[in-house]
Write a protein that binds this ligand. Structure first.
Ligand SMILES: C[S@@+](CC[C@H](N)C(=O)[O-])C[C@H]1O[C@@H](n2cnc3c(N)ncnc32)[C@H](O)[C@@H]1O
Length: 249
């Protein structure tokens, strides 16, 4: 099956596991939050678009911060339905569509386009970044977070962190199960430089690149060494998340 069709089907199955997870003010597991980083400047009265908006919690946060128009796209009907419930009573525009395709979103319209743990799902990074650029007003800002590209290679084993597989190899990795469900997904694996170079090719000016540190909310927490994929002990030694802020020329 085509990757987008497969991922869409699987996201409809696992959507309930992600209700409010990976949403602003969080940028990612154990990572500094928007309250700490303050990457968004003034949200008051601004038009915002969330790419891979999921359950709509980040958009709700934007609404609470005074954004004027709330727009979101997501490939999953299930997620869009949840987002419309979470955002009930607010004026919002939600599209069920893959981020890598033209979908009727207005051009030169948004002050902010952002994506919290959504962008890495794209099967075509170059097309997605070009589309994001086209949605922004000149000078508009694009912010996204995703797993730090080295993170999936850092395996914790009995307290030692080991490098597994090859960071050098890019490609698509398929997982037969997602969140323990029979929901196969295919996730592209890219290097940090690929994200940065594709932003440059899409004519963005890069403002900030962040390799996350542990959030102040977690810094005093003590946790035993753990071999979980996301663990505080691992996050204290290696960034879980990359966060990039770029600007349309
Ligand atoms: C981890 S969730 C993001 C959660 C979201 N940031 C929030 O505030 O709730 C990733 C989202 O990306 C969506 N997604 C995956 N592939 C996509 C694609 N090609 N185009 C658009 N959305 C996609 C999934 O349906 C899922 O809702």
């Amino acid at each position: 099956m085509d990757i987008l069709k497969q991922n869409k089907k699987s996201w409809d199955i696992v959507a309930h596991h992600f209700n409010g997870k990976d949403a602003l003010p969080s940028y990612g597991p154990y990572a500094q939050t928007e309250d700490e980083l303050r990457l968004f400047e003034d949200i008051q009265g601004k038009n915002v678009l969330d790419i891979g908006c999921g359950s709509g919690h980040s958009l709700r946060y934007m609404g609470m911060k005074g954004a004027k128009e709330l727009w979101g796209i997501d490939i999953s009907d299930r997620q869009i339905k949840t987002a419309s419930e979470i955002l009930r009573g607010r004026e919002c525009y939600l599209y069920c569509s893959p981020m890598e395709m033209e979908n009727g979103l207005p051009k030169d319209y948004f002050d902010y386009v952002y994506s919290i743990y959504g962008i890495g799902w794209t099967t075509d990074l170059a097309a997605t970044f070009h589309l994001v650029n086209s949605y922004l007003k000149p000078g508009g800002i694009f912010i996204f977070s995703w797993d730090h590209p080295l993170y999936s290679h850092m395996k914790s084993q009995n307290g030692t962190i080991l490098l597994e597989g090859s960071y050098q190899e890019e490609g698509v990795i398929t997982y037969p199960k997602f969140k323990g469900e029979d929901a196969p997904v295919a996730i592209p694996k890219r290097k940090m430089s690929t994200y940065i170079n594709e932003l440059i090719k899409a004519e963005f000016l890069i403002d900030t690149v962040i390799e996350s540190e542990v959030s102040i909310n977690d810094r005093t927490t003590h946790e035993e060494m753990s071999d979980r994929y996301y663990s505080l002990s691992k996050a204290k030694r290696f960034p879980t998340t990359m966060i990039i802020k770029a600007r349309k020329k």
